[in-house]
Design a protein around this ligand. Structure first.
Ligand SMILES: NC(=O)c1ccc[n+]([C@@H]2O[C@H](COP(=O)([O-])OP(=O)(O)OC[C@H]3O[C@@H](n4cnc5c(N)ncnc54)[C@H](OP(=O)(O)O)[C@@H]3O)[C@@H](O)[C@H]2O)c1
Length: 236
């Protein structure tokens, strides 16, 4: 059972993308944590008008949630996509399409930047707070030995830089904050269906438990990092 021992008793949590495979499992795990006071779920499916690629909708959601929630100790971004508007990851350079590439950046890179801009101010100043965003190991530049998937990889790499840069700024006013990107492993969700191949995949509930356990262990000194589901640091 999830037990976020590092957060205050009755902590408040927000899951963005709670309609997704991993996001839904994270929200469920937090709702079952006896230490958790409140879980706010936000998604495109359940909050009409909300879209990560539309700044006004992100700002509206942040304002609404700020007025309802008594502080957010954990903000978990589980949004993202590999296939957008029917366009999946490229197998080769000849498949690069500028509009499809921009849509990847809008969701997987600019989206998390907008979340940081509008939601990071809701993190506590005087106690531990966590902002975690789902990236992917394929966004690692150093670990790229296979090629392909250029838009998704590049957008996730951009997200990694955005989160790290934000972490440095946030640490100035919130020295106990942990702001990180996470690789969830290969997880059985709609996103990975058709792409899992021979990769060993875990259920969304197992992925959620793994990721929350990693977050619970991370000290503020490791803010700005990129971590896998087993707690190991992922190469940039
Ligand atoms: N599954 C894996 O094996 C795997 C591996 C590595 C990394 N990841 C990363 O983990 C994250 C979650 O993936 P998942 O497997 O749980 O995928 P999923 O089940 O397809 O969920 C994706 C989530 O993203 C939301 N979303 C997509 N476009 C959006 C938009 N424009 N505005 C707001 N929300 C939007 C969806 O919202 P609606 O459904 O409400 O539209 C849904 O909640 C992604 O960032 C993915 O890159 C997954």
């Amino acid at each position: 059972m999830t037990h976020m021992a590092s957060l205050r008793e009755n902590y408040g949590a927000l899951v963005i993308g709670a309609s997704g495979g991993i996001g839904g499992a994270v929200a469920h795990a937090l709702e079952s944590d006896p230490r958790c006071g409140r879980v706010v779920c936000l998604s495109r499916r359940d909050n009409p008008g909300f879209d990560m690629t539309d700044e006004a909708s992100v700002a509206d959601a942040a304002q609404r949630i700020a007025s309802q929630a008594d502080g957010l100790d954990l903000i978990f971004n589980a949004t993202g996509a590999l296939t957008i508007e029917g366009v999946g990851p490229e197998k080769a350079l000849k498949a690069v399409d500028p509009q499809a590439m921009l849509r990847q950046f809008a969701l997987n890179a600019v989206g998390p930047a907008l979340l940081l801009k509008h939601f990071a101010p809701l993190l506590p100043r005087d106690r531990r707070g966590v902002f975690a965003s789902l990236s992917a190991r394929v966004g690692s530049i150093g670990d790229n030995h296979l090629g392909g998937w250029i838009s998704y990889r590049a957008a996730k790499a951009a997200q990694n830089q955005i989160v790290r840069t934000a972490a440095i700024e946030i640490a100035r006013t919130r020295p106990l904050a942990v702001v990180v990107v996470l690789h969830p492993g290969t997880v059985e969700t709609g996103l990975s269906a058709g792409y899992r191949g021979n990769h060993a995949a875990v259920s969304p509930s197992e992925a959620a438990a793994n990721l929350l356990a990693v977050l619970d262990e991370l000290p503020p000194e490791r803010t700005g990092g990129f971590f896998a589901y087993d707690g190991t640091a992922v190469e940039w």
